[in-house]
Design a protein around this ligand. Sequence first.
Ligand code: FA5
Length: 339
Amino acid sequence: MLEKIKKLKNQALKEIKKSKVLKELQALETKYLGRKGELTGILRNLKDLAKEQKPLVGKLANEVKSEIEQAVSDLKFELTGQGKTEGEHFLDITLPGQKAETGHLHPITIVKQQLMDVFTKMGFMVIEGPELESEYYNFEALNIPATHPARDTMDTFYIKDKPGWVMRTHTSNQQVRALEKYGAPLRAVFPGRVFRYEATDAAHETTFYHLEGLMIDKNISIANLIAVLRAMLKGIFKRDVPVRLRPGYFPFVEPGFEVDVTCLLCQGRGCPVCKHSGWVEMIGAGLVHPKVLAAGGLDPKEWSGFAFGMGLNRLAMMKYGITDIRLFLSGDLRFLKQF
Ligand code: FA5
């Protein structure tokens, strides 16, 4: 019996040494140490041996069992890099690393940063402002008094516990704030999130992003506005994209325009985003109204300026060929991972 156990040990150790993959090693472990294994059988049947044999066989069988266990555990450690003793770490620098998944910028942020680049190069400063805003800066300072019908054109989230405050409907809320703080001359852009209580569709969201531009100086004209808008669009699209100016009414500019960009999703042929018109309304703009200049503490006879407010989501849609504005806030990783 003792001979048999020694032979078993040699065979087991030889086979274990030869195994190259974990699966093979696990099979050997079961073969020699498993419930139906030969060694387990010998130990289980110790009780049937002669009295003088029992301690000798028992001792050797247990020693061999420990030796095989050790050999298995050592090789397992080598093959997997795990499990020798608790807390001990194995670092195999030859193994390929596990790639950590890195985050990346949201498409709106990418477009915003590119715009900041274009504008800072033109000497504009970047100012961020509050999303929760007083009705004064969001409306009244912009020549939209409480009773003015223009209030109805912006479906607003009013704050129940804070009368007189709203979630800003546009970044134009920054115009008078900036004039009060910096005076004139002024070149500034205000990027930010805005909110409107309205039905959503492929081109409308309740929460979206604006980029506002404000330039105040002496003798500012529509030509200056158009030149800056052109430079901005070229900076984003890297080419000239067809735009059209339509007269548009905003109480805080005079004259006012809506600036449409050719729908780059359908190349102007017509689709749900452009409501089959071939044009996407992207920017509201105009020359700053004298009442707004006055609200900002400037003399309208001395100073003039232009302002515009652009929908960043729609710009990103045109740039990246995104056909539904609701994807931006969907949190859908299949969408986000494309950027
Ligand atoms: C305004 O918000 C004005 N403050 C813009 C302005 C600024 C005019 C300065 C004159 C001077 P309007 O509501 O049109 O205007 O919004 C501006 C742009 O935001 C639109 O052209 C469009 O691109 C985008 N936009 C408007 N509503 C939504 C919406 N619900 N979802 C997504 N984008 C929108």
